[in-house]
Ligand binder design. Sequence first.
Ligand code: ADP
Ligand code: MG
Length: 333
Amino acid sequence: MAYAVEVQNIIKKFPPATVAVNDVSFTVEEGEIFGLLGPNGAGKTTLIRMLTCLMRPTQGGAKIKGYDIRKNPDLVRRAIGVVSQAMTSDLDLTGWENLDIYGKYYEVPKKERRERVRYLLDIVGLKERADDLVATYSGGMRRRLEIARGLIHKPYMLFLDEPTIGLDPQSRRVIWDLLQKIRSEAKLTIFITTHYMEEADLLCDRVAIIDYGKIMALDSPSNLKRNIGGYDIIEVSLSEITSAALERLKSVEFVKNVAQKDSTLIIYVEDVAKAMPMLIDEFKKSNVSILYLAVHEQSLEDVFIHYTGKSIREGEPQKVNFLIGAGVPRKLF
Ligand SMILES: Nc1ncnc2c1ncn2[C@@H]1O[C@H](COP(=O)(O)OP(=O)(O)O)[C@@H](O)[C@H]1O
Ligand SMILES: [Mg+2]
């Protein structure tokens, strides 16, 4: 199996005292959606900047599609598309023009470029708005345009730095669907950073949890959840709770603990699929009816707390300024 990304002991220091990325090593497989999940200031942007040759590592290195980021940055740049954290499409140009200009930078021939721009605008759902100024686009539309722009030269892989930051939940979902579609249609490898648990969980095949520049855990979302060895939680309200019934529940197989909060029981179970039928039986035997029942599985939030000792939500919410960073780079190579 070829690796799309191989990172070896990469370090980035910002003098005098910041170690933004602290000796990180991992690999990304071809065709996977790989997520880097971490709070504000964890080192996500710094890592992605090094991998996309926008910043040199202080130590260590990486290969993208086998190309060394230090020795062959031009080959790396040709192989990748990049969607940066700040929105950088030009507000004074139309959607079409934004893509066309990028195509020119990448020296995509005119006829091919026209077809490519048309195809990409269609894929990201902006065909109807192609000739409108980007200034009239919503944040979600602008993001989609920038994803299309990152794909103009048919890259081998795509890097996206917090692509859904500041978007409403519905626009976020549209972006997730889009990335999944692109991945399967173009057999693209996708590397994404995020501080949204749900995004990492629903979108990514594997997730690396990063905090203070260190990778604390790396696995598929389901393995990450399974491996912290916690319990699923069943929350149930019953018509009546007697202390004898409570004791009986505690002795049901797979039940690890039962807590009572007002009229609600919080039942911690090892395996919800096995525990649930037994619990239902127990309620029937006790002749109580269920008024409300909900199951909470372990979430990536629990995983994050397990490895970092804090909730990812404790950080300041990040704000994105839709107006900064307009314009296209003067020189790409
Ligand atoms: N150019 C820079 N100069 C000095 N410190 C920086 C610079 N860029 C980032 N940092 C610091 O490095 C750490 C990681 O930042 P960053 O990579 O932007 O994190 P994230 O993208 O996860 O929010 C932070 O402490 C940040 O303040
Ligand atoms: Mg960042």
